[in-house]
Design a binder for this molecule. Structure first.
Ligand code: ATP
Ligand code: MG
Length: 382
């Protein structure tokens, strides 16, 4: 056994308080070893030993556990908030991007995705934007983990345009100390002191004040925003999420560009959300007709378009534009995607001194299935 792997085993066994033999049992399956630049780290690919999925152990000189961000329960009905909160409720905007934990560790800032991977792209962009701020937060507060949403159009995961995000930006929504979510006033204090952006606080309401909450959500509906996360000011009870009709349909429309990829998994869950909304809002015939037409189009139109595209010989893939601070960051990102087993192609569009602009295409299952459909004339499902 190599010296390096022995050291990793020892560190993991000491950090987790289990034998090296037990560590070995989990390696490669539930726990995956990864490396970013000089830093080795272990990823929990599922809940294990009392740690959440997405928990990471950074294996530097002094190993550090970065806990996974908890899953948030979804409300079917806005009214449901009454049943779960204590008294006051902070209504935060739910932003549509991807979950990123940031931490300053042994001299560098790292950006960790929901699944527990240090994303080289996200890390490079966040270091450039907020590296110093996050370092100073660490100097004052120690190993607090910032948890936020990366949003905008320049990322490899979720593209959604926010005017306030200038292509790529990071909005913090919680701060974690170990596995604990800290009171929201600490987030406020830290973000103001160190110029970190946060998601918008839309209102603070009494848990029974459903009419104010509905007003807030109706406004988001008009502004084509994703929804809300409802939080106890001190996180004494777990938060709740609720999304707009607009985004529920929009997700379907996006997903159905690739029916055999995202389409398949999005469809039923979003329809259930709309069913609850139709009931709670008591849609009349006109509203039902309007929304049903939107939903129907969201299901069919993008899927038919993609099929036409495939018939014309084009590739069915999702495409992203990424802006890397350096060529090295690009190479590290490519290695990372390969390690994750993503099927993709990259193309450099433009190369400047401190900017490499790249097109990333993620190939879809839908490509092959549509090809076969067109070739054989058979339907892929009965
Ligand atoms: P979950 O995270 O609940 O397991 P999921 O991965 O499908 O489910 P979403 O349905 O998008 O994620 O809802 C939860 C996520 O919403 C959080 O993990 C976080 O990334 C994102 N989010 C956006 N804004 C906020 C906010 N203000 N507070 C908490 N989370 C937020
Ligand atoms: Mg999300």
């Amino acid at each position: 056994m190599g010296e390096e792997i022995r050291e990793v085993l020892t560190k993991l066994s000491e950090t987790l308080g289990i034998s090296e033999k037990d560590v070995k049992k989990h390696l490669g399956r539930s726990i995956r070893l990864m490396k970013y630049r000089g830093l080795e780290y272990a990823v929990f690919r599922r809940e294990l030993l009392g740690y959440r999925e997405g928990t990471v152990i950074l294996l530097g000189e002094e190993p550090l556990i970065v806990h996974g961000y908890p899953s948030i329960q979804r409300l079917a009905f806005i009214e449901g908030v009454k049943k779960h909160m204590i008294d006051k409720v902070v209504v935060e905007e739910k932003m549509n991007g991807y979950n990123v934990r940031t931490i300053y560790y042994e001299g560098e800032v790292y950006a960790i995705t929901r699944g527990g991977y240090i994303c080289p792209y996200t890390t490079s962009r966040i270091r450039k934007l907020y590296g110093k701020n996050i370092e100073f937060i660490n100097k004052e507060y120690g190993n607090y983990v910032l948890v936020g949403e990366v949003v905008g159009t320049e990322n490899p995961y979720v593209i959604y345009d926010y005017p306030e995000a200038r292509g790529f930006d990071y909005f913090v929504f919680d701060i974690m100390d170990g596995d604990r979510l800290l009171p929201l006033k600490i987030k406020k204090e830290i973000s103001e002191k160190y110029s970190i952006k946060t998601v918008r606080e839309l209102a603070i309401i009494d848990k029974d004040d459903i009419s104010t909450l509905k007003q807030v959500i109706n406004k988001l509906e008009k502004e084509k925003r994703e929804g809300v996360v409802l939080k106890d000011p001190e996180h004494r009870v777990p938060p709740l999420k609720y999304t707009t009709i607009y985004i529920n349909i929009k997700d379907i429309e996006e997903g159905m560009k690739h029916p055999f990829d995202e389409g398949r998994s999005y469809l039923f869950s979003r329809i259930i959300r709309l069913i609850a909304q139709g009931y709670e809002y008591n849609w009349n015939d006109d509203e039902l007709n309007r929304i049903a037409l939107k939903l129907g189009k969201a299901i069919l139109e993008p899927a038919i378009k993609s099929l036409k595209k495939r018939a014309e010989g084009k590739i069915i893939a999702s495409s992203y534009v990424l802006v890397f601070p350096s060529k090295q960051d690009l190479e590290e990102f490519i290695e990372f995607m390969e390690a994750l087993g993503v099927d993709f192609i990259t193309k450099i569009i433009e190369e400047r001194k401190e900017e490499v602009i790249v097109e990333l295409m993620k190939l879809k299952e839908t490509h092959g299935i549509y090809s076969k459909m067109l070739e054989t004339g058979y339907s892929p499902l009965d």
